[in-house]
Write a protein that binds this ligand. Structure first.
Ligand SMILES: Cc1cc2nc3c(=O)[nH]c(=O)nc-3n(C[C@H](O)[C@H](O)[C@H](O)COP(=O)(O)OP(=O)(O)OC[C@H]3O[C@@H](n4cnc5c(N)ncnc54)[C@H](O)[C@@H]3O)c2cc1C
Length: 389
């Protein structure tokens, strides 16, 4: 039986461990914190799954497949964590037709909404003039903390899987066949997959680490007053509200808070420095949403917190590295959309680690996820093609 070491029990590490186990391998899953870890990029009440990526049918096709796989995982684990409430992206009406065409070419079902439709369906939104909406039906909210718990609990019941919490990996073996733990213990396996999320830089060569940037984002968690709750509980996810500040929100599905943020509350930082939300950014979000949501007041805000993710400096997206000497794969930068794609990413990482699946003449697996980062083997493509467009 192959022995695979997986580093990191976020959504990517957990799904990679599952895919390795399903393929018949034994897995050791090493996590520096608790499992699941509240500090992980994956840990929150919700994450959004939508197919819309402006002008790009590739990720839209991938999201369609991810939507199917998440429903399969929900059933396989006997869990309840995906609310397909749809996803609304607000854009300029001059852009609507073209973007609907892009989604249509990827086989994604979406409705175009004009300003009047938006007003009548979502009277609580005060949207910019000229706004139109793109409403995806096969999309919605993944209840992230429930996902992690269901995946981890299921793995804990597999005798061939060892989950080791409180075990920090300090380095990768120079020959790429194992890891060195912070206490000096050395573990070896047939392959290693590193899914260390925002912490990945510490396990990479300095040159690779320098290509990644750490981002920190401030989020508001709100309670909707009783009179408005019914409307909000029926609302779709709104990953783009069409404002200059890049506002987005996640509705209060399944008893979760209404979550508000904006790209204006995301900034590059040098390192980790707690999760307290700076007052200035909290105020910025409150002011912004006061102009956007009917009835919104600062009293809605129950808490504010910061969350981190790592992304490629050039593309702002994920990156994958292969160890130059051995079978170690590092999903180095999770980026801002790896949660929804995690079933595809985990499957790709497991296939590489196990050397399974259809293979190219080079002996490496061919994958077709429509996500360049996980479709193409990093050592088979020139560097400029190894990252998403
Ligand atoms: C504010 C915000 C909103 C987002 N919204 C969305 C969204 O709507 N949809 C979407 O698809 N994505 C979204 N994302 C991105 C998504 O959450 C991440 O891309 C994804 O969760 C990353 O998962 P991961 O498993 O790679 O990393 P993580 O979840 O961070 O897991 C990494 C794990 O590795 C452990 N670890 C790290 N270093 C070591 C080590 N040396 N030894 C042992 N263990 C280690 C960590 O403790 C952690 O548990 C969002 C991210 C943020 C920050």
């Amino acid at each position: 039986m192959m022995q695979i070491i997986v580093v990191g029990a976020g959504v990517v590490g957990l799904l990679t461990a599952w895919e390795c186990r399903r393929a018949g391998a034994a897995v050791t899953l090493l996590e520096q914190d608790r499992v699941p870890s509240p500090a992980a990029a994956s840990y929150d009440r919700h994450r959004v799954l939508r197919a819309f990526h402006r002008g790009d049918p590739g990720p839209a096709r991938a999201a369609r497949e991810a939507d199917r796989l998440w429903r399969e995982w929900e059933e396989a684990l006997g869990a309840d964590f995906y609310r397909r409430v749809g996803a609304l992206t607000v854009l300029d009406r001059t852009d609507l037709h073209e973007q609907l065409g892009v989604l249509g070419s990827a086989g994604v079902v979406a409705d175009g909404l004009d300003g009047q439709d938006l007003k009548s369906r979502y009277p609580y939104l005060a949207l910019p003039a000229g706004a139109a909406g793109l409403l995806e039906r096969d999309a919605g909210v993944l209840l992230a903390d429930r996902v992690l718990t269901a995946l981890a609990d299921g793995l804990a019941r597999c005798p061939e899987v060892r989950i080791e919490a409180g075990r920090r990996v300090a380095a990768l073996e120079p020959d790429g066949t194992g890891v060195v733990l912070a206490d000096g213990t050395r573990l070896r396996g047939d392959a290693v997959v590193v899914a260390a999320g925002p912490w990945s830089r510490s396990l990479l060569e300095p040159g690779q680490a320098a290509e990644l940037r750490l981002y920190r984002q401030t989020l508001l968690y709100c309670e909707v007053p009783d009179g408005l709750r019914q409307d909000w509980e029926r609302a779709p996810a709104m990953p783009g509200l069409g404002t200059a500040a890049g506002a987005w929100l996640v509705p209060p599905v399944a008893g979760t808070p209404l979550k508000l943020s904006a790209s204006a509350a995301c900034r590059e930082v040098a390192g980790f420095d707690g999760r307290d939300a700076p007052g200035g950014l909290r105020d910025l979000l409150v002011d912004h949403f006061a102009g956007l949501l009917a009835g919104f007041t600062p009293a809605w805000v129950r808490s504010a917190a910061d969350s981190y993710y790592l992304a490629g400096a050039d593309t702002h997206g994920p990156r994958l590295h292969r160890h130059p000497a051995g079978p170690t794969w590092v999903y180095a930068a999770c980026g801002g959309s790896s949660f929804k794609f995690a079933p595809l990413i985990g499957r790709a990482l497991a296939q590489w680690a196990l050397g399974r699946g259809p293979v190219r003449p080079t002996g490496l697996p061919v994958l077709d996820h429509h996500l360049p980062t996980v479709d193409r083997h990093p050592s088979t493509v020139p560097p400029e093609e190894a990252t998403p467009p």
